[in-house]
Design a protein around this ligand. Structure first.
Ligand code: CP
Length: 306
């Protein structure tokens, strides 16, 4: 296992073995919250966020505390970066005070600049392109269900966003099949598709794009969806109308397996991409999914700091 990597910017940089290692570690940590409780003793990790967050912020704050560390929340607008101090200079200064940095921001380039110019581990807490912490955690959740293997039929439906990009990379790395139910007008970028098709060829996974929602979810074990308009994206009536046929509702569920599990990384826009009848149903595992952000992020920190 390559232990030289110190950042977590995208799952592209992680091998199947490293991802599986962190999934297994998440499970151990979930069973015993006191494991590694001194690992981050006397260490300070900051969260530099310039987008809103509930789950990522709280799970990192709680997780860092449970590992014995000190967590500092930084509102990006309150720093000198807002007045023009460069990201490169900020990265150098942050490295003189801190032991790690979790960043939630717009451009992937920003997390890369912090990683390149600083000496401390940088974790991507969401960018417009990727959400690797979410997907590491989701892979753990699917593994808890006993479904993370070659026979899994998971369909992601709706907007092709940062969550889907990371989901595709995770599945392609692990060699597990995935179907995407999406509009022809809003497919994943060519660059992402090229990368994941290439990875899938190596790992033996099959990635399918399907434009008919009922066909996409046919026989699915898991249906995963996310918001139609991401943070920082302009509201578009045209896009919402285009994606409306991908709403996860009771009718759509009727095409999947009767015990299909429903995943959503949250926050949900009820009656938009998912109905309350579905998110509140017995099929929904969204609260287990949200809880697991804590355990998976602790596992990631243990991996980076051990
Ligand atoms: N799923 C997720 O990242 O939630 P937050 O935006 O609340 O952090």
């Amino acid at each position: 296992m390559d232990k030289k990597k110190k950042d977590f910017l995208t799952l592209r940089d992680y091998s199947k073995e490293e991802i599986e290692y962190m999934i297994n570690l998440s499970s151990k940590i979930k069973k015993d919250r006191n494991l590694y409780c001194d690992l981050l003793s006397k260490k300070s990790i900051a969260l530099l966020f310039n987008k809103q967050s509930t789950r990522t912020r709280l799970s990192f704050e709680a997780g860092i505390t449970q590992l014995g560390g000190n967590c500092i929340y930084l509102d990006a607008d309150s720093l000198q970066i807002k007045r023009g101090e460069t990201l490169e200079d900020s990265a150098r200064v942050f490295s003189r005070y801190l032991d790690g940095l979790v960043i939630r921001t717009f451009e992937q380039k920003t997390v890369e600049i912090f990683a390149e110019n600083g000496t401390i581990p940088v974790i991507n807490g969401l960018t417009d392109t990727y959400h690797p912490c979410q997907i590491l955690s989701d892979l753990f959740t699917i593994s808890e269900l006993g479904l993370l293997d070659k026979s899994l039929r998971l369909t992601y439906v709706g907007d092709c966003n940062n969550v889907l990009n990371s989901l595709l990379i995770g599945f392609a790395k692990l060699g597990i099949d995935i179907t995407v139910g999406c509009s022809q007008k809003y497919e994943p970028s060519k660059e992402i598709l090229e990368y994941v098709y290439n990875q899938a060829e190596k790992s033996g996974s099959h990635i399918k794009l399907v434009h008919d929602p009922s066909v996409a979810v046919s026989g699915a074990d898991i249906i995963y969806t996310d918001v139609w308009v991401s943070m920082g994206e302009k509201d578009s009536e045209e896009k919402i109308a285009e994606l409306s046929k991908f709403q996860v509702n009771e009718k759509l569920l009727s095409f999947a397996k009767p015990d299909v599990k429903i995943m959503h990384c949250l926050p949900a826009h009820r009656e938009s991409e998912i109905t309350s009848a579905v998110i509140d149903s017995k099929n929904s595992i969204v609260w287990q999914q949200a809880e697991n952000r804590l355990h998976a992020q602790k596992a990631l920190l243990v991996y980076l700091y051990s």
